[in-house]
Design a protein around this ligand. Structure first.
Ligand code: GDD
Ligand code: MN
Length: 364
């Protein structure tokens, strides 16, 4: 007769340069998970600060602790995937290694999944949840834009789709593993998008703590990868031809914008008004062209045309806000501003496309 002796819960902790947080993390898990048979896997991408050595030193005296060290690789999502696949426990939890997530919620999350939920998600946006730890107003705004977008694409209703703190059964994770994009930061969203049927999600509120030790790894590449994840989903495996058409129409729209703005200036409008007229004209022209060219197979007519136009203008307006925010953030690192506005524009196009493709010209 065989008997289960392996741990019931595996806590996967992606970490990069988190040396000072490793011991506090193990101690916090030890306190929070009393009475639960658990293990922790720190997945380290060969951090220059020696995070892996720090984990191993603890692992030598505590058999619940493991280290998975990856060489020549980077990425939060792929680290989580590999850590999760390295375990045989029935349940998997994913938590940041910087003490920003609240590990004391884990038993509640485990109970929720034991009680029948497909997934328990630590959420900053329900009940007492709180995103106080978000570093800056720009980050908050970007986060809000990303959340809106993610909520549109994820079929399961979820308040905090950008969370990186969740718990689920390992077999369910394994069933989705082949369908994961694995790029970037958003492993939870990746899982939600990969599920063939909406997952039953229970959200458990928690307070996102400020980081006290080490540094955040969120950078521009992470944002680009996030856009890629959504784009991948929006394309749904189809050739990206439609995106190319959309981007070309967008480029033409910039010409329209410039021409109309200049013309309006000639007619004596002040700069702000002229620019507003140019922008609105460009949006209408873009919508018309996308409707006739890019989305000719699902062309909107009659009432749907007007509804689509209004939605499109809202989407592009939000895209412009994200565009400006990103360009501003980058501008601080690059004095010429060329790369900054290019990246801003690129992300704006991806946003406009991803949302238009799902909301405005929705395949029925
Ligand atoms: N192995 C590995 N490889 N780990 C990484 C990498 C990487 O390339 N990049 C980041 N990590 C680890 C960090 O060491 C940390 O433990 C965790 O992933 C989160 O990284 P942070 O850099 O602290 O992320 P954050 O605080 O900006 O983002 C958090 O909040 C987001 C919501 O705003 C994370 O929880 C995200 O998952 C969450 O979506
Ligand atoms: Mn963090």
């Amino acid at each position: 007769m065989t008997q289960d002796v392996g741990p019931a819960l595996c806590v996967v902790v992606p970490c990069y340069n988190e040396t000072p947080n490793v011991a506090p993390m193990v101690a916090a898990l030890d306190a929070a998970l009393a009475g639960i048979d658990w293990e922790v896997v720190f997945v380290d991408d060969d951090s220059p600060d020696g995070t892996a050595d720090t984990v191993r030193a603890i692992a030598r005296t505590d058999r619940r602790v493991r280290c998975l060290r990856r060489i020549g690789r980077r990425g939060l999502s792929s680290a989580v995937i590999e850590g999760a696949l390295s375990s045989s426990a029935d349940f998997l939890a994913v938590i940041d290694g910087d003490m920003q997530h609240d590990e004391t919620r884990l038993p509640v999350m485990l109970d929720a999944v034991r009680g029948g939920a497909d997934m328990a998600v630590g959420s900053r946006h329900v009940g007492d949840g709180d995103a106080a730890g978000l570093a800056s107003p720009l980050r908050e705004r970007l986060s809000a834009v990303g959340i809106g977008l993610a909520q549109m694409l994820a079929r399961a209703p979820i308040n905090d789709p950008m969370s990186g703190f969740f718990l689920m059964r390992r077999i369910r994770f394994e069933a989705l593993a082949h369908r994961l994009n694995g790029q970037g930061f958003k492993i939870l969203l990746d899982l939600l998008l990969a599920a063939p049927e909406p997952l039953k999600v229970v959200e458990v509120p928690y307070r996102f703590r400020p980081r006290t030790l080490g540094e955040s790894k969120l950078d521009v590449l992470v944002l680009v990868q996030f856009a890629g994840l959504l784009l991948d989903k929006a394309l749904g495996g189809v050739m990206p031809l439609r995106f190319i058409a959309f981007a070309l129409v967008g480029a033409f729209g910039m010409v329209v914008n410039l021409a109309i703005t200049l013309a309006a200036r000639r007619f004596g409008f002040d700069f702000g008004t002229a620019q507003a007229i140019g922008t609105v004209a460009a949006m209408v022209a873009n919508f018309e062209m996308n409707n006739r060219l890019t989305y000719r197979t699902m062309r909107l007519r009659g009432g749907g045309y007007w509804r689509g136009l209004v939605l499109f203008m809202l989407v592009c307006g939000l895209g412009a806000i994200a565009n400006i925010g990103i360009a501003r953030a980058l501008y601080r690192q690059d004095a010429t501003g060329i790369a900054a506005s290019a990246a801003g524009a690129a992300i704006g196009v991806v946003w406009n496309y991803a949302v238009s493709a799902t909301l405005v010209w929705r395949a029925r």
